[in-house]
Design a protein around this ligand. Structure first.
Ligand SMILES: Nc1nc2c(c(=O)[nH]1)N[C@H]1C(S)=C(S)[C@@H](COP(=O)(O)OP(=O)(O)OC[C@H]3O[C@@H](n4cnc5c(=O)[nH]c(N)nc54)[C@H](O)[C@@H]3O)O[C@H]1N2
Ligand SMILES: Nc1nc2c(c(=O)[nH]1)N[C@H]1C(S)=C(S)[C@@H](COP(=O)(O)OP(=O)(O)OC[C@H]3O[C@@H](n4cnc5c(=O)[nH]c(N)nc54)[C@H](O)[C@@H]3O)O[C@H]1N2
Ligand SMILES: [Mo]
Length: 762
């Protein structure tokens, strides 16, 4: 095949004019060009709102707004003037709407009024707020036990909303907090807590200006964190090495034209980003880093044998780390054969990575879903940390560990208490402040919540944003579980499929989005706060007129439900909802790091939550940065698939025109796909063989051995530059193939990047 890759304009860079054109289209397509454009100018500015797009940090000296194509889509999608009013629901039954695509449902625009499901009519009907709160409260109070309710959070919720939400659920009596992060960066939080004593990254945006080498692992920033690409590109221009590990050749990581750079735009120029682009097999990153460690140790041994100084940071290792000897033994015990087979890389490639590492004074490693959504994600992230420890790349300028978060406030939500396994100190502080006995028993994460709903032991589902039925694995099963509930409540901006599997009593409660002005009863504008990937906490205030006069803020809705459920003796919910400063005062008194919250958050860039690991204070059991000594997985999915002729490993990733389950459009420009989403990317040789056997379009069948039949129908094969034996396609359409039965060890994260499948004729 002459052109092994899908894109017709493969040589063109990411970003650039294509991005600008796409933005114009999205602003126009949202039918809100003016408010959308005005809103865009205020995104991530000191006096504007936090972009609901991603969690990448904001620059200190960003005088002009940081342009980001996908930020424009996120903002214009919310700032649309299309509406989904009660008359829409009068025209369409829920059964009918279930046949619509995600794109079509959200494309109807913003929800405008609280709606209650009427089973007789099979329609949602408008209902006054107070009635909604009263019935939700009464139903929750009527459950046999508070642990029968699940309180889901999607990571767009503000600190203020999340804090009230966890306070309410704990006063009610449960720690059931399934959270989108359970499907996302859970493994990062766990691995980093074990390794460095805190479940967050250690780098700031400024560190990217100083690094000599950045390893970008399992991440597609061109689509999902476009502003990060600017930082990577500037690093590359300074001469820093950018080493990409990604099975798929992602265009944004190869070349990038900065839409913010006028000269570059006029000249049609673009800059290379990656100095090294390595394409491991799915799930092969632990082996790749283990191989690097082997090469590093070998080089170091040779130096020492030759009487030269060690290449490792011996002072850091001796003073600040624990477990080096056991790690060295584990590395020595790992053979090259397993490393090469699992990683799919050559020894030369791995040694080249080690050379980059050894040649750099300051190294950053970043990662996202390509690393976290496997069975062995926790050991993989520990291995990345191990390698960084060897030359002391934690806790000094220009170096460190950087999990790149997903939702714009997913990190903040966890910081302010969304945690199904709350630390005792948090519960103690809440008990002391509010005078109640907090539940101590650990609650449910996403998988446990699904199991409880399927088994009938959970009977109520409250969703603070998100699209639980589509974001989770085994979509059909989860939809059934939601529909089996006594109560489902969704706090949302737009209609989605989770709303269309109503429980016996079911509500959709429409809220203000982040771009909209939130005024209290005295007319005073309220701000909320969020925390980015670099642990910067800053304010966010909307500028657009609310989509409907009936909308309430998330904080107001949670306060309404809370007052109707647990009463207002211990907490004056109405007063808190009316003045967010009061919520921040409570956060300041109960969550470490937030004293003086109201003052500090009003400074232009907000404030940094102190991260002790970044200062080389490691709050692990031993007080030291801790090496792990795991062996490689016995067999990765690739190795399992190889044992049979026709099994492939499928990863489910995002197109350029989507935000998780929100589908903005049907194009995936950087990968050369237009107007469709039912595509399946494959290596050209695999594709040719499949096509000969089955034709151009195929059905995909799950082949996990758990007794559940799973099939996704009618996908067009698209050739792509990726390893043989791997396939890739879009989430959420393919979630029907992601099994509930496989998940990360320790993290419980669904293995969305290593699904075993076979292909079949249509
Ligand atoms: N525009 C936009 N922005 C977003 C989102 C969005 O949907 N749209 N989602 C937000 C959220 S919640 C999140 S979590 C982030 C997600 O950001 P990403 O993690 O970038 O998201 P994915 O599209 O899942 O991309 C995974 C990348 O990892 C690669 N990969 C897959 N498996 C492996 C593997 O085994 N090893 C390696 N080395 N690479 C692998 C894939 O080829 C792909 O490039 O983005 C956030 N930002
Ligand atoms: N197969 C597969 N599955 C995955 C993943 C994958 O890579 N592959 N990724 C996983 C990841 S990383 C994540 S984070 C999850 C995401 O899971 P979720 O966070 O549950 O899903 P989203 O698609 O982000 O939620 C979209 C909905 O949020 C609502 N919404 C939007 N803005 C607001 C707002 O301001 N307030 C409120 N209250 N609601 C709002 C809208 O109604 C919209 O329909 O999915 C996970 N699922
Ligand atoms: Mo995420």
């Amino acid at each position: 095949m002459d052109n092994p890759v899908a894109s017709p304009k493969r040589s063109s860079a990411a970003g650039g004019w294509g991005a600008l054109k796409s933005c114009g289209r999205h602003l126009l397509g949202s039918r809100a060009p003016l408010s959308g454009a005005r809103a865009m100018l205020k995104a991530n500015q000191p006096d504007g709102f936090d972009c609901p797009g991603c969690a990448w940090g904001d620059p200190e000296h960003g005088s002009s707004f940081e342009f980001c194509e996908n930020g424009v889509k996120a903002v214009s999608w919310e700032a649309t003037d299309k509406r989904t009013p009660p008359s829409f629901f009068a025209r369409h039954t829920v059964t009918e709407l279930r046949g619509w695509t995600d794109h079509a449902l959200e494309g109807e625009g913003r929800l405008t009024q609280p709606m209650r499901y009427d089973a007789g009519l099979d329609r949602y009907i408008a209902v006054p707020w107070d009635e909604a709160f009263a019935e939700i409260g009464a139903t929750l109070r009527g459950l046999a036990h508070p642990d029968q309710a699940e309180f889901y959070t999607s990571g767009r919720a503000s600190n203020e909303a999340a804090y009230l939400y966890q306070l309410f659920a704990r006063l009610y009596g449960t720690n059931n907090f399934p959270d989108c992060s359970n499907m996302c960066h859970e493994a990062s939080g766990i691995a980093l807590t074990q390794a460095i004593g805190i479940g967050k990254g250690t780098v700031s945006l400024e560190d990217f200006e100083k690094a000599d080498a950045v390893f970008v692992v399992g991440q597609n920033p061109g689509t999902n964190h476009p502003r990060m690409l600017g930082d990577l590109r500037r690093a590359a221009q300074r001469g820093a090495r950018v080493v990409v590990l990604n099975p798929v050749r992602e265009r944004g990581l190869e070349r990038f034209a900065d839409p913010q750079n006028t000269v570059e735009m006029l000249r049609g120029a673009s800059q290379p980003v990656a100095s090294h682009y390595l394409q491991p097999r799915l799930g092969g990153d632990m082996a790749a880093f283990r191989g690097m460690a082997k090469a590093i140790f070998a080089r170091d041994d040779a130096e020492i044998a030759a009487g030269r100084p060690s290449l490792l940071d011996r002072a850091f290792l001796a003073k600040h780390t624990d477990g080096l000897a056991a790690y060295r033994a584990a590395v020595d015990a790992t053979g090259w054969e397993a490393i090469l087979d699992q990683s799919g890389l050559t020894r030369d490639e791995i040694e080249a990575m080690a050379e980059v590492y050894l040649g750099a004074d300051k190294v950053i490693a970043t990662w996202a879903m390509g690393v976290t959504q496997h069975k062995h994600s926790v050991p993989t992230i520990r291995e990345i940390a191990n390698v960084l420890f060897l030359r002391g790349h934690v806790g000094r300028p220009g170096a460190g560990l950087c999990p790149v978060r997903g939702h714009s406030n997913v990190q903040g939500d966890r910081t302010v208490g969304i945690n199904e396994k709350p630390p005792a100190a948090l519960l103690d502080a809440l008990e002391q402040e509010f005078g109640f006995t907090a539940p101590r028993q650990h609650g449910h994460n996403v998988l446990a919540a699904i199991r409880a709903m399927c088994g009938g032991s959970a009977k109520a589902f409250i969703g603070l944003g998100g699209n639980f039925a589509r974001a989770t694995p085994d979509s059909a099963l989860v939809a059934k579980a939601l529909a089996g509930c006594e109560l489902t409540v969704h706090i949302a901006t737009k209609l989605n499929h989770s709303h269309l599997v109503p429980g016996r009593i079911a509500y959709i409660l429409p809220c203000l989005g982040r771009t909209e002005i939130d005024r209290n009863s005295a007319g005073k504008v309220q701000i909320v706060t969020v925390e980015d990937s670099m642990s910067m906490v800053h304010g966010s205030g909307g500028i657009n007129k609310p989509a409907s006069p009936h909308l309430r803020s998330e904080v107001g809705i949670i306060a309404g439900i809370a007052a109707a459920t647990v009463g207002s003796d211990k907490v004056d919910w109405a007063a808190l909802a009316d003045d967010h400063d009061r919520i921040r005062e409570l956060i300041g008194r109960t969550i470490p790091g937030f004293t003086g919250y109201n003052t500090r958050v009003r400074r232009p860039r907000g404030f940094l939550l102190r991260n002790l690991a970044a200062e080389r204070v490691f709050e692990t059991e031993t007080g030291k940065a801790t090496f792990s000594d795991d062996s490689l997985p016995e067999a990765t999915e690739h190795q399992q698939a190889k044992r049979t002729d026709d099994t492939f490993v499928l990863q489910t990733f995002r197109s350029h025109d989507q935000y998780n389950t929100t589908i903005y459009g049907l194009d995936d420009r950087y990968r050369g796909v237009y107007g469709e989403r039912r595509v399946l990317f494959a290596h050209p040789d695999d594709l040719a063989a499949i096509r000969d056997r089955l034709g151009e379009r195929v059905n995909i069948r799950g082949s996990h051995d758990d007794g559940v039949a799973r099939e996704a129908e009618d996908f067009r094969l698209v050739p792509f530059d990726m390893p043989r034996g791997s396939l890739a396609g879009y989430y959420p359409e393919l979630n029907i193939l992601v099994p509930l039965s496989t998940f990360g060890a320790q993290s419980d994260t669904p293995t969305s990047k290593s699904v075993l499948v076979t292909l079949h004729a249509r």
